[in-house]
Ligand binder design. Structure first.
Ligand code: FAD
Length: 488
């Protein structure tokens, strides 16, 4: 398969990428011998515009600084390996010379995960793209890490298969990035998160060793090795190939829109149908503010969108169950067309850029919590954001549900006023993230940790950090893989 899909620039750099000023002083200097050696291993680029662009992602903090002509850091060189052998040789050389290597793919990460904070090498994975094989009988697809969402799904279409992973960033993100960040798609209530879709991985370790994990559908042969790398954000190894589960595609669909007297009532409705065993592909509940902003609500009711896509018998059963439960909760039926309206705009990413250009401090924070904690998490986080001077907006929706809980996704915006942009941005994250942790939520549901959330890792993970640090020091003893991320 051929594709010329490239990473999408988050926002223009004022004055041009080649002229961008670097905000962080501490970059690794590369010797000319080292660079000459790299050039013999794979395609590389050292021109300033290319290395600058390759050193940034969609982290809203850096999008603001791009408008001021700045980037956080710039790698010295971009390597573009085309196969596992090239990745292995590049990593082995970097390890020998203690040079930092940061993998980057779609660069749609929103936490600064692919920013090479210590400079060094950017390993651009986009040249390793395409579907290698499809096991139609088992429903397993072997795919290279730099494959963007639309290319994966269009390859599977003739087989009537789908992986079912549709993040909002579907068009601008890759399989390797999904795995590295432990992402979630909009149809996750039916298909699960990316960790539920991975059968096996091929990974290049920091010394260049290539590892392939077991491709059995399930096992009891020790801890699951593939899962060590899922969510490791390029700090433990480089994903060079993945085997993903693919489901039959179904034409049968059911869409319905509802509203509730409060967000809390809506949470109870979602909990009841999920606990009863229904798994509609999409289940999205918006608080009163988001219902008004996006779905025509009057600011007093909370809107819920349901979309199912499965075998017709399953769709019919889901419909019966949902309608029965919602009737007993006095839900109001709204115009089902709201679901189609959401579907047709769901991957529109222009809002973030527009508000950033207007000077707003704007970002989103997603966390997961058990059903029993969700209401408290939502209340405490909104109050915490609103307590930060300059806060203009704090709203929430529920977007991914599980048998024991769900993801809450907060949107917040502020105008810095007398404070600096950085101070306001940091104060918002400190307030929101810590309120979420205190109320019983985790650190992140699907955006990952990157640079932005590194400072919260110890307080969020506690004793689990011992495991993460031990993995890091044994798999990457020289700390060359994406240093400065995941709180490591
Ligand atoms: C508008 C918008 C909407 C979004 N919506 C969603 C959403 O609905 N769900 C969701 O989960 N995320 C979402 N995201 C976040 C982002 O798209 C995901 O985190 C995505 O998985 C990143 O993929 P990428 O290819 O762009 O990776 P990059 O941003 O290039 O990299 C992300 C991280 O993965 C590492 N990495 C990349 N490739 C590899 C590899 N092959 N091996 C090892 N490490 C690697 C990088 O070092 C970095 O740490 C959204 C982002 C934007 C901008």
């Amino acid at each position: 398969m051929t594709s010329d899909r490239q990473p999408t620039s988050p926002i223009e750099i004022e004055g041009g990428a080649a002229n961008a000023r670097v905000r962080s002083a501490q970059a690794t200097q590369l010797t000319s011998d080292f660079v000459d050696h790299l050039m013999t291993l794979c395609a590389v680029s050292t021109d300033l515009a290319t290395t600058t662009e390759a050193s940034r992602d969609w982290w809203p903090h850096d999008m603001h600084w791009a408008l001021e002509g700045m980037v956080t850091q710039r790698a010295s060189i971009v390597c573009r390996p085309t196969d596992t052998e090239e990745v292995s040789r590049v990593i082995e050389l970097c390890n020998l010379h203690r040079v930092p290597v940061t993998a980057a793919a779609g660069r749609s990460g929103v936490s600064g995960g692919s920013i090479p904070i210590h400079g060094g090498v950017i390993l651009d994975m986009c040249s390793m793209h395409g579907v290698v094989s499809v096991d139609e009988e088992s429903g397993v697809v072997e795919v290279l890490p730099g494959t963007f969402g639309p290319d994966l799904e269009s390859h599977l279409e003739p087989f009537r298969l789908t992986v079912g992973h549709f993040p909002q960033s579907f068009d601008i993100s890759t399989v390797g990035g999904w795995i590295a960040c432990r992402g979630a798609g909009q149809y996750s209530t039916r298909h699960g998160k990316i960790e539920d879709m991975v059968v096996a991985l091929e990974v290049v370790l920091a010394d260049g060793t290539v590892v392939r994990t077991s491709n059995a559908p399930a096992g009891a042969d020790g801890p699951d090795r593939a899962r060590v790398f899922i969510g490791s954000e390029g700090t433990l190894g480089i994903v060079t190939r993945a085997w993903l589960r693919a489901h039959p595609r179904h034409a049968d669909q059911w869409r319905s829109a509802w509203s509730f007297g409060s967000f809390d009532d809506g949470i109870e409705a979602c909990r009841r149908i999920i606990r009863a065993g229904a798994t509609p592909a999409v289940l999205r509940l918006y608080d009163e503010k988001e219902s008004q902003r996006s779905h025509g609500g009057d600011g007093t009711r909370s809107y819920l969108l349901v979309l199912d896509e499965a075998h017709k018998e399953l769709v019919a059963a889901t419909k019966r169950l949902v309608e029965g439960e919602f009737a007993s909760l006095s839900a109001r039926r709204e115009d089902d067309h709201l679901v189609e309206k959401w579907r047709s705009h769901r991957n529109d990413t222009s809002g973030l850029q527009a508000l950033t250009r207007k000077g707003f401090v704007i970002d989103t924070m997603e966390v997961a919590a058990p059903w029993s904690r969700l209401r408290q998490v939502r209340r405490d986080v909104v109050v915490a954001f609103e307590s930060v001077p300059g806060c203009r907006l704090a709203s929430c929706h529920l977007s991914h549900s599980y048998i024991d809980g769900a993801c809450l996704y907060f949107t917040f915006a502020a105008t810095p006023g007398d404070a600096t942009f950085d101070a306001t941005y940091e104060a918002l994250w400190n307030a929101g993230q810590r309120a979420a942790l205190r109320a019983g939520a985790n650190l992140s549901h699907h955006h990952g940790v990157g640079l932005n959330r590194s400072r919260f890792m110890d307080e969020a993970l506690g004793s689990e950090m011992v495991v993460l640090r031990a993995l890091k020091s044994s798999l990457d003893p020289n700390g060359i893989l994406n240093p400065g991320k995941l709180g490591l």
